[in-house]
Design a protein around this ligand. Structure first.
Ligand code: NAD
Length: 327
């Protein structure tokens, strides 16, 4: 952090992060790897923690996601689509668990441990069982309406198995690994620029003004949260079961009693990662009990009841190199 010892240095770091965010969120063309971005972002958090009076209201630490791209109709999300705080080690997970237990006054907490799909976050609205809107997370408050593109995704039902009055579900749109490689092969043959990774290919495909382009890309969607519903639930396990029963695909999840079981699941998922047919960039650990979540509440841009464990940088860099050499 020594090289960022003045406020001017911090402002330069913010400019750099903003530029990388624009390339990633708006253009879907990252200039640096996620781990490089994450390293710079953690540096910014450390500077802001050391100098709270330097924190800018529009700092990347104060806002979710990126700007809304031009050309799309926009929507104000009924419930903001937040981001997640990050963990980079088992030690960070233990710290998260002890903060949760201390706040709740509990000796042991049950968690839902889920694949963190590396895609684009979406909110889908169903009214009386019918899909009426698909919107991107955008800046968390305002999203881009991409309903026609979402309707081209074969695994997304246009009508739910059971009608639920008003339902807003959150999920991640992604491109399976084999489809991403095939898409880049086709683009190479047609002399078109290649996508840097499956995440950017998926984000670029769903944020298309022409639904025919999205229809030609084999996108998939998995769901992990209910943002609004006329039904009520008491746990994440119930939420995922309801998502399945409506005919939507839930994210893969392990129910873990206590942090030791969480760390075992994290080790297993990390070991299985290459066999998963789509990219995951980490593992999300969420408090299972929804009443406990309400008690823990949310910060400006992240909930206190969940954390995203990110895979170590070397592993991620290796994966990026491997994909780049294959295309
Ligand atoms: P995040 O990726 O750290 O975590 C939140 C996101 O995880 C959610 O928005 C959701 O989309 C996703 N997610 C996937 N599976 C989930 C599940 N089971 N439960 C809950 N959420 C799930 O935060 P972010 O705000 O989306 O993005 C920040 C990250 O984006 C950075 O940490 C970095 O890795 C990447 N980024 C990279 C660049 C770059 O230039 N390479 C620039 C900006 C951001």
């Amino acid at each position: 952090m020594a090289e960022y010892s003045s406020k001017e240095d911090m402002m330069a770091l913010i400019q750099k992060l903003r530029h990388y965010e624009y390339c990633y969120y708006v253009l879907d063309q990252p200039e640096v790897s996620d781990s490089t971005y994450d390293g710079l972002y953690q540096t910014l958090l450390a500077i802001e923690a050391a100098h709270p009076d330097w924190v800018q209201p529009d700092s990347p630490s104060q806002r979710v996601g990126g700007a809304v791209a031009e050309g799309f109709e926009t929507v104000v999300h009924q419930v903001p689509l937040l981001s997640l705080a990050n963990a980079f080690s088992e030690e960070d997970l233990y710290t998260f668990d002890s903060q949760v237990r201390r706040s709740l006054g509990k000796d042991r907490v049950a968690y839902s441990v889920e694949y963190k799909i590396d895609g684009l976050s979406m909110a889908l609205t169903y009214r009386d069982g019918l899909l009426v809107m698909g919107a991107t997370r955008g800046n968390g408050q305002i999203g881009e309406v991409v309903t026609d593109n979402i309707k081209t995704i074969k695994s997304v039902p246009l009508r739910l198995n059971e009608p639920v009055g008003q339902l807003v579900v959150r999920g991640e749109v992604y491109l399976p690994k084999k489809d991403f490689l095939a898409l880049n092969d086709k683009r190479q043959a047609a002399d078109l620029p290649l996508f840097a990774n499956a995440r950017n290919a998926a984000a670029g495909s769903v944020r298309q003004l022409d639904p025919k382009v999205a229809a030609a890309r084999p996108l998939a969607l998995r769901f992990y949260d209910i943002l609004a519903s006329s039904a009520s639930f008491s746990s994440q396990a119930e939420v995922l079961a309801a998502i399945r029963s409506w005919g939507l695909r839930p994210v893969e999840a392990y129910h873990c009693e206590g942090i030791e079981a969480v760390c075992q699941a994290v080790q297993k998922i990390t070991a299985d990662r290459d066999q998963i047919p789509y990219d995951i960039d980490g593992i999300v650990v969420k408090v299972d009990n929804l009443a406990d979540r309400s008690a823990l509440s949310v910060r400006a841009k992240t909930p206190r009841w969940a954390i995203a464990y990110k895979f170590p940088a070397e592993q991620q860099e290796t994966r990026i190199t491997a994909i780049t050499t294959q295309v």
